[in-house]
Design a binder for this molecule. Structure first.
Ligand code: GLY
Length: 454
């Protein structure tokens, strides 16, 4: 891969330090993608990582890599101080929720990743809903927030058969329960709410959104947003969207940076919601949101609705968008931290992408762990991203979660799918993946679904 030229080589307003030490927090495929893009930057970077597993992809790009508790603000701050980094990128949501960004900022480190207060946009579902309501931002479904059983039955009666119960905090993708999928009856939902109340948890009950989901992520410095291509993730473990929910089995994006079931107005609406939300956060906290604002949207018969916000890059979405980023990521990150994003032209190649994850047999409920995997037959290592992988006696082993991802890049989703499919099939081990993601058949199903709803 070629090293890219800075976008504004003649401008000196954007603060870029030569041989800057950059810390990556997190060690999944998203962080591998981030590390690779930073490594390819035209600006000289020395990379460090604090992670939860020795991701071989990240290790090979770093000067130093430690395994530690990435959610412990003191541990991460102490490592950052020891290595003397000036820039830090926080990959996952839990460190953001624990205030790792605040801890690093207090050391004078420039951080890509919002403070604990601003990260509430992801860490509290009621906070996100209330913010949109308070600032009259479009996209909220009808919702109510609860911390007791008072009014729960009445609320469920109001929604009839279509409702969602969301645990208020972070739950690794397991906090959302949907009628007709997780609940067979209203009584089951009431029992779940009682469990949440007995745990002292807050929760949101909201209208079930029907339509097609998509992710719209934006680089954000608190004032300016630069939007990324829209991506569709596939949460269910098995083909035809069946089986348990996962962190995401694979994603695709079209060469026009949209999705075949969306129109320009849909994209603009989602972008506008991200812009208004960043503005509302700034107004509420008198602080700039510096990082990635990731809106999870549903395209419905009633327009674009917000499912939830995330305060970070999506995984696998990061692999789709970073694989076709045609601007320098270090320059973008520097501009985010110095509130100069308006000076940066963020470009993406006009290419379609399909990302497929290989996961251990039994994932997500009872995944195999510690089994050998072999990626040596993969033809294009630039498209391969390591996730829940470690090394033992110089062999690669999977560690029980999403294992490796491959991103196919081409002029159409169909071609990109063929590349991703043939490459992910070359990864050997007791793994499985979804063959249907990005296929013509599945994409057509999405288009037909949206046509019937509009
Ligand atoms: N792709 C889902 C997530 O990152 O949360």
């Amino acid at each position: 891969m070629r090293k890219k030229e800075p976008i504004h080589p003649d401008k000196n307003e954007i603060l870029i330090l030569k041989k800057e030490k950059t810390l990556i927090v997190g060690s999944g495929a998203r962080e591998h993608a981030l590390s690779r893009s930073i490594f390819k930057s035209g600006h000289s970077q020395e990379l460090f990582c604090v992670g939860s597993n020795y991701n071989p992809g990240i290790t090979s790009l770093c000067s130093d890599f430690i395994i530690d508790d990435i959610n412990n603000t003191k541990t991460v701050a102490s490592y950052a101080k020891q290595i003397g980094c000036s820039l830090a990128i926080i990959g996952p949501e839990n460190p953001l929720g624990e205030g790792v960004s605040d801890a690093l900022s207090s050391l004078g480190i420039r951080v890509v990743g919002p403070t604990k207060s601003l990260a509430q946009i992801e860490t509290s579902k009621s906070f996100a809903r209330n913010l949109l309501a308070e600032y009259n931002i479009e996209g909220n479904p009808t919702y109510r927030t609860f911390n007791s059983m008072n009014g729960v039955r009445r609320c469920l009666d109001m929604f009839g058969n279509d409702f969602v119960v969301k645990y208020d905090g972070l739950a690794g993708g397991k906090g959302v329960r949907v009628s007709g999928e997780h609940f067979k009856s209203k009584e089951e939902a009431i029992l779940h709410c009682q469990t949440l109340v007995s745990m002292g948890s807050e929760f949101v009950i909201e209208e079930k959104l029907i339509g097609e989901e998509f992710s719209l992520m934006s680089f954000c410095d608190g004032n300016t947003l630069r939007h990324m291509p829209a991506v569709q993730d596939h949460k269910r473990a098995y083909e035809n969207d069946t089986g348990p929910n996962t962190g995401g089995m694979g994603t695709y994006s079209d060469r026009d940076h949209s999705l075949p079931f969306l129109n320009q107005e849909d994209i603009e609406k989602a972008q506008m919601i991200n812009e208004k939300t960043a503005e509302a956060l700034k107004h509420k906290f008198r602080q700039n949101y510096k990082g990635i604002l990731y809106g999870g949207f549903m395209c419905t018969s009633n327009g674009i609705k917000l499912i939830e916000y995330n305060a970070r890059f999506g995984d696998p979405e990061a692999m789709n968008v970073l694989s076709i980023l045609d601007s320098d990521l270090v320059e973008i990150f520097s501009a985010i931290t110095t509130e100069k994003l308006h000076q940066v032209d963020v470009r993406f190649l006009n290419k379609a992408t399909v990302c497929k994850y290989a996961v251990p047999k039994g994932y997500p409920a009872s995944p195999l762990k510690g089994k050998k995997i072999d990626v040596s037959s993969v033809v294009d290592p630039d498209g391969l991203f390591f996730a829940s992988v470690d090394t033992k006696n110089r062999t690669l082993i999977e560690t029980g979660s999403r294992t490796v991802a491959f991103v196919g890049i081409a002029n159409s989703i169909t071609e990109a799918e063929k590349i991703a499919e043939s490459e992910i099939c070359r990864v050997q081990g007791p793994l499985f993946h979804r063959k249907d993601i990005g296929t013509k058949k599945l994409v057509q199903k999405r288009i037909k679904n949206m046509e019937s709803l509009r």
